[in-house]
Design a protein around this ligand. Structure first.
Ligand SMILES: CC(C)(COP(=O)(O)OP(=O)(O)OC[C@H]1O[C@@H](n2cnc3c(N)ncnc32)[C@H](O)[C@@H]1OP(=O)(O)O)[C@@H](O)C(=O)NCCC(=O)NCCS
Length: 165
């Protein structure tokens, strides 16, 4: 994919984008989701950039990875795990939120999912992103907790959107 929506470009992520993508993740977690979670959770959810994080990201199981560029800079990304009907992640940098970038990334991921014959997408949303997903057609299935590797738990919202066949 490589599509332009005004000054936003959404395209396939390449391995060389990994550092920028992790920086977006860090910024988005520590400066946007920070209003809903304590620092201990944010630190485990998005640790600083390291070789280990880069390796982990490259083998995270997502088969579709898109980045969004605004004026040439990577400011957002999103992922799909199509075999699991799962929207893996959508993150937008704090300096770029509220400009339609998240919505554009999800629209592109949904388009790809539909082309692959995926009948619905589900995910465990952060509390922060849940109103955003509801705005773009996702339904709340349940409120729950996500267990991080250390055993810490963070609130999440199980959500789903069915596609018309
Ligand atoms: C959630 C997130 C991806 C939204 O990205 P964004 O680019 O700011 O969203 P958009 O500008 O495309 O917003 C699309 C619509 O959702 C609404 N929206 C976005 N965030 C919202 C929020 N927190 N509460 C209510 N509505 C929200 C917008 O107002 C917009 O509605 P409109 O078309 O009527 O104006 C971004 O805020 C983010 O990265 N959050 C932190 C990381 C995170 O928790 N990611 C999800 C992990 S599961």
């Amino acid at each position: 994919m490589n599509r332009k929506f005004g000054n936003i470009v959404v395209r396939d992520a390449h391995e060389r984008d990994t550092l920028s993508v992790i920086r977006v993740h860090f910024d988005s977690v520590h400066y946007v989701a920070s209003k809903d979670y304590p620092i201990e959770i944010l630190d485990e959810w998005s640790p600083p950039v390291s070789e280990e994080r880069i390796k982990k990201f490259l083998i995270n199981g997502a088969d579709v990875k898109l980045v969004a560029e605004l004026n040439g800079d990577i400011v957002g990304f999103g992922e799909l795990l199509t075999k699991k009907n799962q929207l893996g992640a959508v993150y937008v940098s704090s300096s770029a939120i509220g400009q339609g970038i998240g919505r554009t990334i999800v629209m592109c991921l949904e388009e790809i999912a539909k082309q692959k014959g995926v009948p619905f997408l589900q995910m465990e949303s952060s509390v922060t992103a849940s109103p955003f997903y509801q705005k773009i057609g996702y339904q709340v299935l349940a409120h729950g907790v996500h267990v991080l590797d250390s055993g810490q738990t963070m609130s999440c919202v199980k959500m789903r959107k069915d596609f018309l066949v």
